[in-house]
Structures are given as C-alpha cells and as structure tokens.
Design a protein around this ligand. Structure first.
Ligand code: SF4
Ligand SMILES: [Zn+2]
Length: 363
C-alpha cells in the first residue's frame, strides 16, 4: 500500500467510526416529512416559490459503508433506520396534503424531493414509489427537482422516472462538490470522480433532463484560498459541461462528522461569507444565463459561514435575493462594503502561506 493510500485509510476509518456513532443517534422509525418554502427562479424565468420535502427514506446507502461516506455529511442522521413500505406508500398522499395546505398550485411553481440520499436509489425508494411521488405532482408544478449520486444515473432508473413525466420538467441535482479528484478523495471522500460526473451529466442531457451541480465550498484539509479557487474551477468545469444550474453550498458544521471533530479541535472553520461572496460573483460572471444559487445554510452563526458579525445579515439577505432573481447587480449592493474585507484578505493569505501552498495533511 502506498503511503498516501495509508493516510486516506486513516481518515476514512475515523469517518467510519463517527458514522457508527451518528447511526446510534438515529431513530429506528419515524414518519416525519420535513418541509420548507424558499424563493426560486422558475423555468419560465419568473421568481416564484418552491416547496421542498425531505422524505423519510432510510437515507444514503453510501454513508453506511465502512469508510463512513462524506466527511461533512450529517444528512442521514434525521432519517429513520427502518421505514416501512406502508410509510413509503403513504408519501404521495401526505406530500400532496402538505402542498395543498401550504397554498397548493396557486402558490408553488416547483417542488423538490430530497431523501438525505439518492431519490433514484431503489434501496431507498422502490421504482413504484418513485413513480407515484412524481406522477402526483407532474401536472401541477413547472419543475420537480430530485437529488442523486452519479451511480444511480442509469438508463433503467431514468426510463422508470421519465415513464411518468416530461423529462424537461425534471431537474436532477448531483452533489459532485468538486471536479478536483484529489480534493474529492483526500478531503471529501465523495467516491465520485470527475469522469463519473461527466458521464452522469451527459446521460441526463441525452434524456433532456435538466442538471444541477452542487459545489461544496471549503471541505476539510484545504486552506480557504485553495477552497475559493477550487469552487471557481469547479464552477467553470460545470459550466463547460452545460449544466443548467449550479448551487454553491458553503460548509456548515454538521453533528458527528469529521468536519465537526476538526472544528472542535480548532483545525477547521467554515468559510468567510466573503469567500462565499467572491465564489458566487466569479461563478455568476462565468455562468451568464446559467442559474447560480448561493443561499448558505447557517450563515452568520458559529457553525456556518460568517464575517465580522456586523455585516453577516446583509450578506445573507443579498445572497438570498441574488439566488432567487439572478441579477448580478444585486451583488454590488453598498451594504456589503464592510471594513472586515481587509482582515479577511490578510487572514486567508496568511493561512495559505503558513500551511504550505494551501493543503494541510492532518491524517
Ligand atoms: S453528502 Fe450525499 S453522498 Fe455524501 S454521504 Fe451525504 S447523502 Fe451520501
Ligand atoms: Zn464585516
């Protein structure tokens, strides 16, 4: 075994141990459908509202492997370990009830179905359940978004889902996180290569399905400046592949993750909002008409991206507004002119120089 393979193994063993611990926090069964509303740009070019559901499937299979899955991911912790088939069968009716109660088709132009894993994975949602959920909403919204890992983008899975809907109404989001395979392997443990992502994007495009790429901004073990450059490069690569939208997802500290362990040991902190801002601005400049979403989770809190404290609220509001309107002028709002930019520049340059060209090896 090569020395760097050995190092990778040490860190994935740690992620695996943390995942075993986080699994003990999970409930055997619950039927809660988490949901929220956000503002989005709809396929017809108008700003509207989308209703997002987190379905109580058993969550991401990749996270159950002995390597523990992705180093920042806490998502499956909220999902039941053993949902019943009756629960899965009840999802179309129950999600529609929530949809109607919150305003129905008069209010929402889009719905998103997240599973804390992959909607297209039959281990989480059997084919019939996938079809039933989709067909319940296909005639009442403009767009349906689902998430998946690359390996489930197969002919069989896409034939199943497109048998009940016009593929042009479907957006498939893939958490590629970075197009740099080295960062992906050493920092994220995603298990997707750029080549696999390219294959998945091409496959979806061959069905006329819209593609959304997720970028993880600031994984562990790299400097903030490297993270910023990596996010911009990943955006560039996604644009070159012809994705329809890009979502920039700055890190936040999820419970029982390697990221949390490093955070508690003062070896990691979530990115500055300035980094989120510059990544958003640069990627939007490159993306042109391609939608760029940058609406950070936990912005301004200790466990999420933040600045000096005085300007955090303004950044949060402006990034949110930009994400739903896509007007780049919004990013030049005077409210963002905070003096902490000087401190930010100095901090990220000092960190970059002091940790050896931006990559630290703690494992
Ligand atoms: S980030 Fe996605 S692929 Fe990675 S462990 Fe979490 S749910 Fe699974
Ligand atoms: Zn500030």
């Amino acid at each position: 075994m090569r020395a760097d393979e050995n190092k990778s193994k040490v860190y994935t063993q740690e992620v695996g141990k943390l995942r075993i611990y986080s699994t003990t926090l999970r409930k055997e069964y619950h039927d809660k459908i988490i949901n929220w509303v956000d503002q989005v740009l709809l396929p017809d070019g108008t700003t509207g509202e989308a209703l997002t559901f987190v379905l109580p499937t058993r969550g991401c299979k990749y996270a159950t492997a002995s390597h523990g899955g992705c180093t920042m991911c806490t998502l499956p912790t909220d999902n039941p370990l053993a949902p019943t088939i009756e629960l899965l069968n009840s999802l179309p009716k129950r999600t529609l009830e929530i949809f109607n109660k919150k305003g129905g088709k008069e209010r929402f132009g889009a719905v998103k179905f997240y599973t804390s894993g992959s909607f297209l994975d039959r281990w989480e949602l059997p084919f019939e359940n996938q079809r039933n959920i989709i067909s319940t909403f296909v005639d009442i919204v403009q767009e349906i978004t689902i998430e998946t890992r690359c390996e489930y983008v197969t002919k069989k899975n896409l034939d199943n889902i497109t048998s009940v809907m016009d593929p042009q109404k479907l957006t498939v989001a893939i958490g590629q996180e970075t197009t740099n395979d080295e960062i992906n392997r050493r920092s994220i443990n995603k298990g997707h290569t750029f080549k696999q992502f390219k294959r998945a994007v091409k496959k979806l495009q061959s069905y006329n399905i819209r593609v959304k790429g997720y970028i993880l901004l600031k994984p562990v073990f790299i400097s903030e400046l490297t993270a910023l450059k990596d996010a911009i490069q990943t955006g560039k690569d996604m644009i070159a592949l012809g994705v329809d939208s890009i979502s920039i997802n700055p890190s936040y500290i999820g419970k029982a993750t390697l990221m949390e362990k490093l955070f508690k040991g003062d070896e990691y902190s979530p990115p500055w909002l300035w980094t989120v801002y510059f990544a958003t601005l640069k990627i939007k400049e490159l993306a042109g008409d391609i939608t760029v979403i940058s609406d950070p989770v936990a912005a301004g809190s200790d466990r999420g991206p933040s600045n000096c404290g005085k300007c955090d609220k303004g950044f949060k509001r402006i990034l949110k507004e930009f994400s739903s309107k896509q007007n780049i002028e919004i990013l030049f709002d005077e409210e963002l002119a905070c003096s902490c930019q000087e401190v930010y520049r100095s901090a990220i340059n000092t960190e970059h120089i002091s940790c050896g060209f931006g990559v630290t090896y703690h494992y």
